[in-house]
Write a new protein. Sequence first.
Length: 253
Amino acid sequence: MWNADIYDSFGKERMQPSIDLAARLKDKKFKRILDVGCGSGMSTAAILSTWKDAEVIGVDLSEEMLQNARETMPQVQFIRRNCSKPLLDMGTFDLIFSNAFLQWIPNQEEIINQAFSMLKEGGVLAVQIPLFDEMPASRCITDAEKNWTQQLKGIEEEQFVVHPPLQYYEMFAEHFPEINMWTTDYCYIMDSHEEVLNFLKGAALRPHIGRLSETELQMFMNEVLTNLKNAYPARKNGTVLFPFRRLFLTGKK
Ligand SMILES: C[S@@+](CC[C@H](N)C(=O)[O-])C[C@H]1O[C@@H](n2cnc3c(N)ncnc32)[C@H](O)[C@@H]1O
């Protein structure tokens, strides 16, 4: 289950990659745009402010996330769809945009193949994927998981899978004659380690919530918190610098 309120509580940090991805394409005219895995609509809002006259459709599996999106952008059609299943019936698009979604899908290559066939000639697929496995925070979670293997059995099915950047390049290069690929290191300045933990609860730690009892969850989160304190020492002024690398790819058909 996705919790829109927890996810949205770091709106500025979570929306910036969509703003940056859209900015790279802002000179292009797109008439029909699909936001795949649109969630609560933060990526959709970045699309809307860049291409004001476009017809924009957002698709996501979580009704709760979509509910938030519908409240803020009544002009957009938000549809509940399982995006790991075919979406070909939705027609063709000038831009297929996907921010922080692909890693939640097991059949990522299929989705890229499908997106290519759903693009009009000259259309663009634009994605952003957090390179979470490269970050110390990833280790902070996997180390804590080791103490809860029994309770967390099968959690892999709900966790995201991030492939190495070169693998995404190969998936794009299979189809797209024109590709742009880059990474951006964001540095989130957090007030405390608790704030870093809360940020992680919005996505990476989401599958753990619900698999552990309330007491177990508290203990598990405390373990993650201790690991975070060791991995990201607080600065002199008490803040915690939380660097976060994100991979961007655009492919033009
Ligand atoms: C990290 S959020 C990104 C949301 C939005 N794109 C943004 O930039 O804020 C990932 C989204 O993927 C959605 N999702 C995960 N698996 C999905 C699936 N199989 N089909 C559709 N959406 C899915 C979740 O519901 C969630 O809203």
